[in-house]
Write a protein that binds this ligand. Structure first.
Ligand code: AMP
Ligand code: GLY
Length: 423
């Protein structure tokens, strides 16, 4: 099979690494890729949000299967263009991608099927939004409706903070994404991510993970795209996972099919869990980043078979072969992230690391300049390890972190702390 992966972050490096372990992969191209991906696959310069360009490239390169990593090409309808051209693709249609692209759409689906989630209201003007906030009181959550790169959510501890967030959003702080605002009940509990493959009809859970969204140790400071993750997430045990499937995920997928927009791809359900009850925080229509890195580290080459089955509508006969293992990924980010950060700083020591099927540094934002790796993004490296226990996996990941010489970067030293502290 000739495979094309769209994207260029740590998630796509992990996808590429897993796909290459499967002998069914004859050739792998990643667009645009990054300096880490370039070491294992061909990278192509392609506007991945332009469906016509992606179709043309797939046809020219005799691509048999396209895996779409990020949400932007999905929301732009790239999967639809590929399907129209009879190119096999893993990823939902533009209509189904609304589960991530519009929080109001997801809320309306939850209402239709009675899926447990936060009580909410939807506003297009600031006055009404603020009146609702004063009526509800704090803590309360204010969200820009559209895609805002994970940054359009303010968990406000006071009414004044919530009102200020409303002003920011209607004032254009998140561009078009803030033209409509969703205001939600604050849910307490522990958050975890649940990943389910869907082929339009059948579902196959493929793993759980817990991200670390805050920039600082002990989950403090501003939200980021994710500073580290581990899998599995003990809070999402089999009983909770079954409830999430029965009460949230399956009804959603059935409703999508009923509306004529069946969902095919990976569904990422962000859940808030309290006393064994999962409630939906949000859906994403792609793998989480960095959650994908720990999932791929655990799934290895079978990930390709599973995604291929989903794309071909054969999930009913697919199954996951689980090892009883744990994986951890530690994100190394550029100083300043998630605010303005330094670019172009040199990273050394990567060549010397001992990497194998249990220890791997996935690149998120790197390039090569004069033979050296340089940082080009906010989140730059995902140092990932797998072992028979979470503690050993974390130890192995931090061992690698220490061997990486990058004065311009930082990381959280407590990834996995919730679970490790309990032990
Ligand atoms: P989202 O982009 O919807 O995932 O929101 C980003 C983060 O904000 C989530 O991962 C949660 O940590 C937090 N969050 C969002 N909605 C709520 C809510 N209703 N209650 C509590 N925390 C929330
Ligand atoms: N790690 C969170 C996300 O991918 O949205």
């Amino acid at each position: 099979m000739n495979i094309l992966i769209l994207g260029g972050g740590g998630r796509e490096h992990a996808l590429a690494w897993a796909v290459l372990q499967n002998p069914k992969c004859d050739r792998l191209v990643v667009a645009p890729g990054n300096a880490g991906i370039a070491e294992i696959a061909d990278c192509a310069n392609l506007n991945i949000e332009n469906g016509a360009d992606v179709v043309r490239f797939a046809e020219e390169e005799a691509i048999d299967f396209v895996i779409i990593g990020p949400e932007a090409p999905l929301a732009a309808g790239v999967a639809d263009r590929l399907r129209e051209a009879s190119v096999l693709v893993f990823g939902p249609s533009q209509a189904a991608a609304a589960l991530e692209a519009s929080k109001a759409f997801t809320k309306s689906i939850c209402d239709a099927v009675g899926a447990p989630t936060a009580i909410y209201a939807h506003f297009t003007d600031a006055r009404a939004a603020k009146a609702y906030i004063r009526e509800q009181g704090a803590p309360i959550v204010v969200k820009a409706d559209g895609l805002a790169a994970g940054k359009g959510v303010i968990v406000a501890e006071t009414v004044a903070q919530a009102e200020a967030a409303v002003d920011d959003m209607f004032g254009g702080a998140f561009g078009g994404a803030g033209a409509e605002v969703v205001i939600e009940e604050f849910m307490s509990g522990e958050e975890a991510s649940f990943f389910i493959l869907c082929d339009g009809i059948d579902l196959l859970p493929i793993g759980t993970a817990q991200d670390h969204k805050r920039v600082g140790e002990g989950d403090t400071g501003p939200n980021t795209g994710g500073m580290g993750a581990y899998s599995p997430a003990p809070v999402l045990d089999d009983a909770v996972a079954q409830r999430a499937l029965d009460e949230i995920v399956r009804p959603t997928m059935e409703e999508m099919a009923r509306r004529g927009t069946p969902y095919q791809g990976v569904l990422y359900a962000g859940l808030m869990i309290e006393n064994g009850q999962p409630r939906l925080v949000e859906y994403n229509v792609r793998f989480g980043d960095p959650e994908c890195q720990v999932l791929m580290m655990r799934l290895g080459g079978q990930a390709l078979d599973l995604m291929h089955s989903a794309a071909e509508g054969r999930l009913g006969e697919a199954q996951v072969n689980w090892a009883n293992d744990h994986a951890v990924t530690v994100v190394m980010a550029a100083d300043g992230y998630p605010d303005a950060y330094d670019k172009g700083t040199v990273i050394s020591g990567l060549e010397r690391l001992d990497q194998d099927s249990r220890r791997k540094v996935f690149h998120a934002g790197t390039a090569r300049r004069d033979g050296k790796f340089i940082a080009t993004g906010g989140r730059v490296l995902n140092v990932t390890a797998r072992s028979s226990s979470l503690a050993d996996a974390a130890k192995a990941a931090y061992c690698m972190v220490e061997d990486i010489d990058w004065p311009g970067g930082f990381y959280r030293s407590d990834i996995g702390w919730r679970v490790l502290a309990q032990r």
